[in-house]
Design a protein. Structure first.
Length: 97
């Protein structure tokens, strides 16, 4: 499986808007054919820090995600909310198989 941990830090005043925009992206992403998981995590000690745990069956499925209308809408909606550039960290999902 192809996993990406997307590290995000948003401006404090943007937290509610970021969560709202990300919810819409999450809901649509979980309906993609190659999607296995799409979790949205918020740091308990810093509400401006998030990790998006994106798991796809293959690297091709993950790349296809970035071509969807819902991803483009999310990317554009949250661009001005970022306190720093988001950072994607690729991983290989071993278990569960």
């Amino acid at each position: 499986m192809h996993v990406t941990l997307v590290h995000v830090r948003v401006k404090p005043e943007s937290v509610p808007g970021f969560i709202q925009a990300t919810r819409a992206n999450h809901e649509a992403s979980t309906r993609e054919a190659g999607n296995r998981r799409f979790d949205v995590l918020q740091a308990p000690d810093d509400p401006t820090r998030f990790i998006l745990y994106e798991c796809y069956a293959s690297a091709e499925d993950a790349a296809a995600h970035k071509q969807t209308a819902h991803y483009a809408a999310w990317r554009d909606a949250v661009a001005g909310m970022m306190a720093e550039p988001r950072r994607g960290e690729p991983w290989l999902g071993l278990l569960p198989e």
